[in-house]
Each structure stands twice: as C-alpha cells, then as structure tokens.
Design a protein around this ligand. Structure first.
Ligand code: GLV
Ligand code: MN
Ligand code: MN
Length: 406
C-alpha cells in the first residue's frame, strides 16, 4: 500500500532524469550548474509553482519552495540535491527532492498542513566541479563568507558566481535567510549495509568526517629514452611511492578509507617525463581525531618523499568537514513510523557526505536511507528497487505528517 501517489512520483523522476526507471547502465550527467542542472531546476520550479509554493533562490543558487511560510515562521524543511557526478546514478540526491515534493503535494491534497513546510534543492552537493562538496547547504548555514565562496573556480577557471549567473540562478536571498524548524533528507544509502542486511530502511545516526586534499608535484620534462635515472626529476616516481604509502593507511581496523580518485599529468605524453602531476585525496573516518592524524601522516610523508627525490610540491586543502551526529528524537520518530508501516529497519552511520550534515548544525536533522543494490553508487550501475523507493517516501510522508501535527 502506498500513502503517496507513486505513479506521479515515478513520472516526475523519469522526467527529471530523462530516463525510464527500467533503463539500466545509463549514467546521469547533471553536473552542478551545467545546462542539464538548469533544465532540471526549471522543471522542479514549475512543479513547485503548480503547488503554489513560494519560490526563493539564495545567493548560492539553492532553491526553496515554501508553503504557509509567513514572516519569522520556521518551516519543517525536506530536500536534498539534484546535481550528479559524471555518469552517476538515477536516484542519488534526486530521490530526496522528487520524493519530498510528492510528500508535500500529498500533505496539501489531504489537508494535513497546519504549520509551514518547505522543499530545499541544494546547489552542488557532489563537489566534482567546484569544491567543497555540500556547497549549497554549507553556504546556507553560513559556514563561510559568501564573497569568498563566489570566487571558487572550476578547472576551466569559471567562478561559482559566473556559473550561477550563466544559468540564471544567482538568487538574492542571503545565507540563512530563514531557519528551519527541522530538516529531513531521504537518500539512497550508496553503500552495502542495508542491502547486505536485507533491510528496507536505514535510520541514520550521523555522517563520518571528510577531508579532501589536492596535491601538486613538480618535476622537469625530458626525453624518456635518453635521460639517465640520476638526471631525472620525475614526479611520477614520487607519486607511486605516495600512493603505496596511502594504501597502507586505509585499514578496516581504523575504519579509515582513502581514495585517489582524480589525477592530471602534464604534458601527458608517452615518451616525455612528466613535469607536473596533480591528484586528489579523499579521506574519511567516523572519528575526527583519527582522520586528523592520518592527514598529518600523509603530509609528513609527502614532504619527506619529495625532498628525497628533489621534487617540489604543493598541498591544498579543499574540504574539511567534521563528523556529525543526527537528532535522537527525530530518529526515534522515524523508527516508530518505520515499525508502524512494518518496514524492516536498522540504524547506521553514513559513509557518504550529505546536505543534512550541514543542516544538523542549525536545526534538529536526520536522514532516511533506502538500500542500494549491491551497494553501488557514484556509477551508472547504481540501482534501488522501485518498491524500496516508495517505502522511503511513504516513511518520509508519515514522519513529516507527524512532525507537522505536533
Ligand atoms: C557525496 O556524495 C560524497 O560523499 O562525496
Ligand atoms: Mn547524494
Ligand atoms: Mn553523490
């Protein structure tokens, strides 16, 4: 049984993604502030308008659709993001937006809204074009001066501000122009825990800490066939050693994960020694002090290995987000309604970063997860069973209805 209009949800989901739900292995490419992102934003705003939500856009392009929100009221806020990684999945982020829209529409239709409620679509959650990730929610919660954020550039030297203007989403609302009463985000788990444990619902206890670094190693280009080893300044050799060292730090015992996910080699030719290598390090740990320790070790080792090989280096910190705990009271309400709906559930910690971790700093916040088949995400093979998507939205509906009437 569905509490919401699952057919309407499905139609909207397919429209936003321009993909049938049955399509397999076709990636979503809705990179933040691209024309695909703009199209999806425009569609969501048209749906919000049809529900007579009041549309507000802030100075980082976050979109808010507010209902019953008069001066100084604090709405229950639902939402997530619609940007994707390259060749990403069909539900990462967009489930929490289109699902929340369905919840709000059902509440309006059933006359269940006495208080104020809102839908948030946060800008650039993924951070693949502009770092940091969770940029829109981070900016909304006033963690950084907006003028500084507007100057952040992508690899083509386009600033956030220029990109926002180009797609016509540089709004006029200021950071934290309203304070939500609570925030709830529905999301796919993006990992294997619910799938392996055969559970319908994850009640999220919190999000682990994240640090992103960008490392540049500088050497000297020369001929690959003639330059003797002793005359080389080859950053690739040092990169290999750094990579090996980093792999020794990723351990199950410490819950430490480290990923080198992107790399740029110059001049990138088969018979030329590289003169510059840039790569990123994504490191995560549920414990802040452990992550800080690992970061220090990596920096020390890069310094040592570079000086041994006469390689100059630069380390830039792109992201540092501490771990976050979600609201116990909200989680007990989610648990209560999950049991009532007879959905199997478990508590878990999120491995992925989410907008909710930013909102948790300003209001009671939590998340509802649904299982990712085989634990795959950030890839076109990402999948969640349709019935699980609907269970997640039903639960969000039940919890929102409860919060509004109490
Ligand atoms: C966001 O998806 C992240 O965890 O990188
Ligand atoms: Mn996401
Ligand atoms: Mn993601």
């Amino acid at each position: 049984m569905s509490l919401i209009n699952s057919k309407r949800f499905l139609q909207r989901l397919e429209k936003i993604n321009n993909l049938k739900i049955s399509s397999k292995n076709i990636g979503v490419n809705r990179i933040a502030l691209s024309k695909e992102d703009k199209n999806a934003r425009d569609i969501i705003i048209s749906w919000m308008k049809s529900l007579k939500l009041e549309i507000k856009i802030d100075n980082i392009g976050n979109i808010f659709g507010l209902y019953n929100c008069h001066n100084k009221t604090s709405p229950l806020l639902l939402g997530s993001h619609i940007d994707s990684v390259k060749n990403g999945g069909k539900y990462d982020g967009v489930l929490g937006v289109v699902g929340a829209l369905e919840v709000i529409q059902t509440l309006i239709e059933k006359n269940k809204i006495k208080e104020s409620i809102g839908l948030a679509v946060f800008t650039n959650e993924e951070g693949v074009r502009f770092a940091p990730d969770m940029m829109g929610s981070w900016s909304f919660t006033k963690k950084e001066n907006i003028k500084k954020i507007h100057k952040i550039k992508d690899i083509e030297n386009i600033t956030i501000k220029e990109a926002l203007k180009k797609i016509n989403y540089l709004g006029k609302e200021k950071q934290l122009f309203f304070k939500p009463k609570s925030f709830l985000e529905l999301h796919i788990e993006q990992g294997p825990i619910l799938y392996n444990n055969k559970k319908d619902i994850g009640i999220v206890k919190g999000v682990q800490a994240i640090t992103w670094l960008k490392i540049s190693l500088f050497g000297e280009s020369n001929h690959a066939g003639t330059t003797p080893l002793k005359n080389r300044q080859d950053p690739m050799l040092v990169f290999g050693k750094i990579n090996n060292y980093i792999n020794t730090l990723s351990t199950k015992k410490n819950n430490q994960l480290i990923t080198i996910g992107s790399m740029n080699v110059q001049p990138n030719q088969i018979n030329v020694i590289a003169n510059k290598i840039e790569f990123t390090i994504d490191m995560r740990n549920p414990k802040d002090d452990k992550l800080d320790n690992v970061e220090k070790k990596i920096k020390r080792t890069i310094k040592k290995l570079c000086s041994e090989s006469n390689i100059k280096f630069k380390i830039k910190k792109l992201v540092k987000f501490t771990s976050v705990k979600f609201d116990h009271k909200l989680n007990s309400i989610i648990k209560y309604h999950s049991e009532k709906l007879q959905y199997s559930n478990m508590n878990l910690f999120s491995g992925a970063g989410h907008d909710a971790q930013m909102l948790a700093k300003i209001c009671p916040t939590s998340m509802i997860f649904v299982p990712s088949t085989n634990g795959i995400s950030h890839d076109k093979r990402e999948h969640t069973k349709y019935k699980n998507l609907i269970k997640g939205i039903n639960l969000l509906y039940s919890v929102a209805k409860n919060l509004l009437n109490n």
